[in-house]
Write a protein that binds this ligand. Sequence first.
Ligand code: PNS
Length: 149
Amino acid sequence: MIHRAVCPGSFDPITMGHVDIFRRAAQQFDEMVVLVTGNPNKPSGLFSISERVELAEKAVADLPNVTVDWWGGLLVDYTTKHDIGVIVKGLRSALDYEYEVPMAQMNRSLSGVDTMFFMTNPKYGHVSSTLCKEVIKYGGDIHDVLPPD
Ligand code: PNS
């Protein structure tokens, strides 16, 4: 049996916190998809879906069992379609936990797919896409928490 996982998120933009989770999770599965979620016809956020996919592809280029895809629908429709048994998420804090638990339970009740959580590397515990966007907007330097170009 092939163990497949998906790491979904808006990834607007992808951060080193995300990449650290991708690398650790990829070691636990045969195949893993980093899935950029969102609707390309209804752009929202700083980066377009195709820019987010491109940044993610660069960040995981050296991981042979990881691919990048995007999806504009329900996550469970993607996992069912691609025979993926596990959703991988990162947890920084209890705030993330409160946000993630209902989604994990909803996804499981919709399709039976399970969610596994990886604790964020403390080095990146303060890093979020939202804060990165805020710092970028005002011209701050956050290159150390974004994947290298
Ligand atoms: O980067 P985020 O905002 O933490 O990602 C949340 C995301 C995109 C994983 C979640 O919103 C999602 O699964 N969206 C796809 C649509 C869907 O299935 N929604 C119901 C979730 S129970």
